[in-house]
Write a new protein. Structure first.
Lengths: 193, 598, 47
């Protein structure tokens, strides 16, 4: 960890979704005062193409090695921004998100209080970002065979589909014969055959 | 069925049980016990000579005991594998001196009384669970006196009694006098849709099954009078409503109301059914020669075995849980394991086939890709710190950690099997586990940042990624308003919330700490949130012993759909925060820095 | 090893009796206010 931390904060207005309640200019300026933050900028829509381009551009120009985006929930755009970082050559796990929309601007109406909370949210995200580490997704091979448990109509269908596709299938059935409940039935609806 | 027996790519292990499954997505090792049939299934020619000479007659399970079979038998004519088996409990040949008639007549010499259970082991990359369903026990509704009156049967028995394999060749006869019934009643929802007895859910198939049964009867015996007692007829599928209408058109009477009682006339053995007709609002009595209980369905009891072997989750109804109700209805929570058919929920044949093909397709995606990326957010053991106590292995919902307690060697994580809930890290008392991307240091630093200024105004909230954080997001999406004092730290699972995070928050001046996770049934890590609850319960006691009000630590289960609950909880914790004075916070800080170091 | 205990809701203070088994965790909810902060009170002395 000899590397010098260079964190970039990208504040999203989300049109008026965030900017309507949170003072995004103030937030951006304030973010610059946080430890190891070397760059902060505001964008109208960070998730849109220009917004993403901006992240990629500044990762390179400002030599950023950690990225914090203050916008919506990570459950929505974390994958988007991770990809964006990866495109710019930054490990996607060196990215952190600050949710100032779903959990701030949308649920509070007092501009002062909401802005204060947004600052805290960004501060907490930066605190985490300072300690982020690169991660590698492990890749494992898939054994070319399938287990099917149960030889009723579902197990039979799955087995045949897989076997017809050329895969080895192990079909395990508890009873002495396959067929399951289907084998008890003599007529079926709605065709009555 | 025949295709399965013949397919060169299918290894059929019938009369077999899963003993053990180890491994993880892409790499499962399976051990199967193949029970002894005492007949070489490959050599058997299904000539039936053995059955002819077998002197032992037993009830036939495949006919629900309504017919008989021999001790050596084939479950039914089209069975696959097409081979006999001997039920050793019935067979006299355990001692060949007593009887070995079947072996004598067997031309290919495939009967072997000394055959043993065999173990078969193999590796697979994916697994499809299709363990199916079973029927409810009709005796739970004792007012229908199923065990007492012979002419009260279940819909499943009806299936056998009218089947071509039955002695009557499909001719329905009344059990008491062996005559065709003049009239017959079907009672719906037996064991279904009841909070009190049986199951609360709708069994999905029984309405249409009854419609089918009535039509079957009417086709062959238009003179039989059929009545159906029901709550609603659920004929929702393609062609189903049409079939229901056809049944009404041929004269089947549908009476809205579930009977409260059945009494037998001792002379005629007819059944007097008492029902409140909810259309007319009157109590009515009807007399029938036979009554069919349309019984609901339950998951197959043996499902539990496979559930444990593959660490699957069960929904409150007992059926196996899918990853996401709408968007991921085939994947199980365990990577590389898919669900097909009625083990997931009661369904008709068509839906089972659809889901089965879906499961095969999901499995093929993995097989064809040939490799799979596994979660980067996993736990790592720091061997120097590990005392091999084994609590991490106990806590891991996926069995991905192994510890040799005796040898005292450090724990080992199979990263590919780890789903990243972080419960092991929270439970480890020696800080010997690091949770990637959610490290202790990272979370402690977040708490530090949170309470740097005006700690008395802030509520420290831990929210799990899947449910509670989602609930908070939905509250935002729905523009619900609540006090702005909460500060959220997201963890993948509430199981990650280490005691020391909570202590640290209190030490930094937190007036209130809230830990929130998924409801028990929704936990995305099988049961990791049970550990959360245990931990919090322990902390309440510790807080009390230290003289800190336990209620300052709150626990809530909030699903991703419960925006209203999230909002309510935010108000509640804010109300609670207001009761915590600066003096109380200072005192807590003092207590914690005096008694607990670090 | 289920035992009879008093549960206390740590949100509204409502107390109620129920069975508690440390080994079999169950989701609990306050019948009054709906909170899940339900504390099984320790057996010995109750304050």
């Amino acid at each position: 960890m000899a590397e010098e931390l260079r964190i970039g904060v990208f504040v999203c207005e989300c049109g008026i979704n965030i900017a309507g309640t949170v003072d995004c200019d103030g937030l951006t300026e304030w973010a610059k005062t946080l430890p190891d933050v070397v760059f902060a900028i505001k964008n109208r829509y960070t998730c849109a193409e220009p917004g993403q381009q901006e992240i990629k551009q500044y990762i390179k120009e400002e030599n950023l090695n950690r990225v914090v985006v203050a916008s919506c929930t990570p459950r929505m755009h974390e994958p988007t921004f991770r990809r964006c970082c990866a495109d710019a050559g930054l490990n996607p796990y060196l990215f952190e998100m600050a949710n100032i929309r779903e959990q701030c601007s949308w649920v509070h109406s007092d501009r002062k209080q909401a802005t204060q909370k947004a600052k805290d949210i960004v501060k907490i995200a930066v605190a985490k970002a300072r300690l982020l580490e690169s991660q590698k997704e492990l890749e494992v091979p898939v054994t070319q065979a399938a287990l099917v448990v149960g030889g009723g109509i579902a197990g039979i269908q799955s087995s045949l589909d897989l076997a017809d596709a050329g895969y080895q299938v192990w079909l395990v059935e508890k009873e002495p014969t396959i067929g399951g409940l289907m084998s008890y039935i003599n007529k079926t609806f709605p065709t009555m055959d | 069925m025949m295709d399965v027996g013949r397919h060169p790519k299918i290894n059929l292990l019938a009369y077999s049980e899963i003993e053990e499954i180890t491994g993880y997505i892409g790499n499962f090792h399976v051990k199967v016990r193949k029970k002894a049939r005492y007949v070489d299934e490959k050599a058997c020619t299904a000539c039936d000579e053995c059955v002819k000479v077998c002197p032992v007659v037993m009830p036939d399970e495949h006919q629900l005991g309504l017919s008989t079979r021999k001790a050596i038998y084939m479950p039914f004519a089209q069975a696959v594998p097409a081979s006999y088996l001997i039920n050793m409990e019935d067979c006299l040949g355990n001692n060949p001196i007593a009887c070995d008639k079947c072996a004598e007549v067997c031309d290919p010499k495939c009967i072997d009384f000394d055959q043993q259970d065999e173990f078969v082991e193999f590796d697979v990359g994916v697994a499809i669970v299709a363990t199916g369903m079973y029927v409810c026990d009709p005796t739970i509704l004792d007012e229908y006196r199923y065990t007492k009156y012979e002419n009260v049967i279940t819909s499943w028995e009806f299936e056998i009694l009218t089947g071509p394999g039955y002695v009557t060749k499909g001719e329905l006869l009344r059990p008491t006098d062996r005559k065709p019934p003049k009239n017959i009643a079907f009672i719906q929802c037996v064991g279904s849709r009841s909070e009190k007895r049986g199951n609360p859910y709708c069994s999905n198939i029984c309405c249409m099954n009854t419609v089918k049964d009535t039509l079957f009867l009417k086709e062959h015996h238009p003179e039989i009078d059929c009545s159906v007692f029901y709550m609603d007829i659920r004929s929702f599928g393609k062609g189903y409503e049409e079939l229901y209408k056809r049944s009404k058109a041929v004269g089947v009477k549908y009476i809205r109301g579930i009977p409260g009682d059945i009494v037998e006339d001792p002379k005629t053995k007819n059944l007097i059914v008492t029902v409140e007709n909810t259309t007319t609002g009157k109590i009515e009595k009807h007399e029938f020669e036979m009554v069919v209980l349309s019984i609901g369905v339950i998951p197959r009891p043996e499902t539990e075995q496979i559930q444990r072997a593959l660490t699957l989750s069960k929904a409150p109804c007992g059926f196996l849980m899918e990853t996401h109700y709408q968007l991921d209805p085939i994947d199980s929570p365990t990577g590389g394991v898919f669900l097909a058919g009625c083990c997931e929920s009661p369904k008709d044949i068509k839906s089972s086939v659809i889901q089965a093909s879906g499961a095969a397709s999901r499995a093929e995606t993995l097989l064809t890709t040939g490799k799979v990326k596994v979660e980067a957010i996993t736990s790592t053991i720091i061997p120097d710190m590990c005392k091999a106590c084994g609590i991490c292995a106990d806590a891991c919902p996926y069995g991905s950690i192994t510890v040799d307690r005796k040898a005292k060697t450090p724990a080992v994580v199979v990263e590919a099997a780890c789903k990243g809930c972080g419960t092991c890290g929270a439970e480890c008392r020696f800080d010997a586990i690091e949770m990637k991307h959610f490290t202790d240091r990272q979370i402690m630093a977040m708490i530090d940042a949170m309470f740097e200024e005006k700690p008395e105004e802030k509520i420290c909230i831990f929210a799990c990624n899947w449910c509670s954080y989602g609930g908070a997001d939905l509250a935002g999406l729905s523009r619900m308003q609540y006090p702005p004092n909460g500060r959220i730290i997201r963890t993948m699972c509430s199981g990650r919330v280490d005691e020391k995070f909570i202590w640290h928050a209190f030490k930094k001046g937190a007036p209130v700490v809230l830990v929130s996770g998924c409801h028990f049934a929704d936990c995305h890590y099988i049961n990791a949130n049970r550990w959360t609850q245990k931990r919090i319960e322990g902390m309440w006691n510790k807080l009390e012993r230290k003289g800190i009000r336990p209620k300052r630590l709150q626990l809530e289960w909030i699903s991703a759909a419960e925006a209203v609950k999230w909002t309510k909880v935010m108000h509640a914790v804010e109300d609670l925060r207001k009761t915590v004075t600066k003096e109380e916070i200072e005192e807590t800080k003092k207590i914690l820095s005096d008694k607990k170091k670090g | 090893m289920a035992e009879e205990v008093t549960f206390k809701c740590l949100r509204c203070g409502y107390e109620f009796k129920g069975t508690y088994d440390r080994k079999v965790p169950e989701e609990r909810e306050c019948p009054k206010c709906g909170s899940n902060s339900i504390r099984p009170l320790p057996k010995k002395k109750e304050k």
